[in-house]
Design a protein around this ligand. Sequence first.
Ligand SMILES: [Zn+2]
Length: 300
Amino acid sequence: MSAKGFGGALLLALTGCAPMADPIPMSHVRTEGGVLARACEGRDGWADAAPPAGIFGNTYYVGTCGIAVLLVTSPQGHVLIDGATEDAVPSILANIRALGFDPRDVRLIIGSHEHIDHMGGFAALKAATGAEVRVSQAARPVIESGQSAADDPQFGLLPSMTPVSVAGTLTDGEVVEVGPLRLTVHATPGHTNGGTSWTWRSCEGPNCATFAFVDSMTAVSRDDYRFTDHPERVAPFRATFDRVRRMPCDILVTPHPGFSSLFERLAGREPLIDRDACRRLVRGMSERLDARLAREGALQ
Ligand SMILES: [Zn+2]
């Protein structure tokens, strides 16, 4: 055994999980990541069909050019994270099949936040897969009615969604299980009341990494809305920034893939594994929120 190999074995013995080389070895970069990146060049519509791609281990990208949808697989059933729009569902199902999986083996549908671009496809996906849908308590009335919450800063901007019944709600810190899969719920409100982020482990042989699917943290609203008039909506952003900064985060994925340069990373142009990615995302989002509040203040 080489000295390098011995060091890896020692670390494995100490940590129980082999360390990932950082940046990711080029051997990991699969051609399908490059195909996905090329297919989506200049296209980022919510329902712009994209080819699927393996991200790492049992976690796959099955979304569109504009909206991330992830499939986490196991021999005892799969978890689907987010559902894009209803228009995107045929391509999501085609992507699951193209990867060699059966949509009817999806057991659980979960997601980021209660807006049409991420959960608008839930009703059609539930019908096609037979899976249970679970969302946060705050997201439930929106998903079951298809109507935005009246206190959502984007209320009136977003079209209604096809409603879907929810099998149960999620609580912060809960670990949801499907077969051997374990995904941890992180309540990250701000962009919406029900915003949720997720972490889970995926492995390739002895190499394991923690995925962080971090919900949108942008302060978006209709034109006449002022966050400076709603300190109760600013405080959750600050708390969410603190949480995400501390989240285990080897492989960051965001619901809008551009916010985490996902396609560039899958194409091998940037490292897929970047343990500073969550902290860097929070820095950017925090500066954006501060800039928005400063702009509103200047208009007073
Ligand atoms: Zn949104």
